[in-house]
Design a protein around this ligand. Structure first.
Ligand SMILES: [Fe+2]
Length: 325
């Protein structure tokens, strides 16, 4: 089967931050972003923010734009992290706002059905806290789980993925790590909730993404993934493979070893780069990883691993990877 590549549609948007409050480029609508995504050589699917940014667009209008450039939808990401939700979506102290989050995500569920996407992506970026004594930790964690549980039980036909992240925008986020997210999902105990593992979030949270993937797979909860790179202190969302190629290689080795099938997605933020060029370059890198996986002497690697022989195992991995880069 040919490997499918995907990207968050925000890869093709422009951004503002707290310094360039006038933005790093002219604003683009989701339709502009879809057009740009269509220029990437080997992109099959996108994950789309909901509501659709840059105008009032119906599902049909978005579908027409996607069809024109031959793109499908892998996921829908309801924006439960904007101004209204600045004190949290699932964990907002105001039950009315918690309900608003629930309504917005319920609308996103309809979009997932319409586009025949694989999942609703939950990124509860504002669910957390900033200061000691700010929140009651028991209540916060209970609300984090209850919000997701309600959605998953009301929509048993859909899959929900939680993308955990250590921090930003909240200084501490309630779904902050693979272990904590799994703990919550297992406590909820519903089959249609899983993890979307972002390689960058895992590594700057101090995890080995390969180990995190194995853990999520062991619990049957790895529903999606995306890649990028960072300096391990912040979610830089740089070009995949630019800093930690050997660790990304091990991450994909774990996916392959477990026969994990799914889209290989990009979650990169080209603030100053050409977004089409950066996506092409990342996909070229991912193809090199794919070739390196084919070249990997798995038998010798597993033999080395059975002895915890770091030097031998690394040499086998390096030989396959660097030959293909
Ligand atoms: Fe990220």
């Amino acid at each position: 089967m040919k490997q499918k590549f995907g990207a968050g549609i925000w890869h093709f948007a422009t951004y503002v931050d707290r310094y360039a409050t006038d933005g790093y480029g002219e604003p683009r609508s989701v339709i502009d972003a879809i057009e740009l995504a269509g220029k990437v050589k080997d992109l099959s699917v996108v994950d789309i923010n909901f509501p659709f940014f840059g105008g009032n667009f119906t599902n049909e209008k978005i579908k027409a734009a996607l069809d024109k450039v031959n793109l499908g939808v892998v996921g829908i990401t309801p924006e439960i992290y904007t101004k209204e939700f600045r004190k949290g979506a699932f964990t907002n102290p105001d039950p009315g706002i918690r309900n608003r989050a629930h309504e917005l995500i319920t609308q996103a569920c309809e979009a997932v059905r319409f586009f025949n996407a694989s999942y609703v992506k939950l990124w509860p970026g504002q669910d957390g806290w900033d200061y000691p004594f700010q929140v009651d930790h028991g209540t916060l964690w209970k609300n984090s789980m209850d919000g997701v549980a309600r959605l998953a039980s009301e929509n048993p036909d859909l899959k929900f993925v939680i993308e955990y992240k250590p921090r930003e925008p909240r200084v501490k986020m309630s779904y902050d790590s693979v272990a904590r997210t799994l703990l919550g999902i297992e406590k909820i105990g519903l089959p249609n909730i899983g993890i979307l593992l972002d390689f960058g979030h895992a590594i700057y949270g101090g995890e080995s993404a390969a180990d995190s993937a194995q853990l999520a797979i062991d619990y049957g909860r790895l529903f999606g993934m995306d890649v990028n790179d960072n300096y391990r202190s912040w979610d830089d969302d740089l070009l995949a493979g630019s800093l930690h190629p050997i660790e990304i290689f091990e991450f994909f080795y774990v996916l392959q070893k477990n026969k994990w099938e799914g889209v290989w997605q990009l979650d990169q933020f080209p603030f100053r780069e050409d977004s089409v060029e950066m996506a092409n370059q990342a996909i070229d890198f991912l193809k090199s990883i794919n070739n390196a996986l084919n070249d990997l002497d798995v038998k010798a690697l597993q033999e080395a691993q059975s002895n915890h022989d770091a030097m031998k195992a690394l040499k086998i991995a390096q030989k396959a990877l660097y030959k293909n880069l």
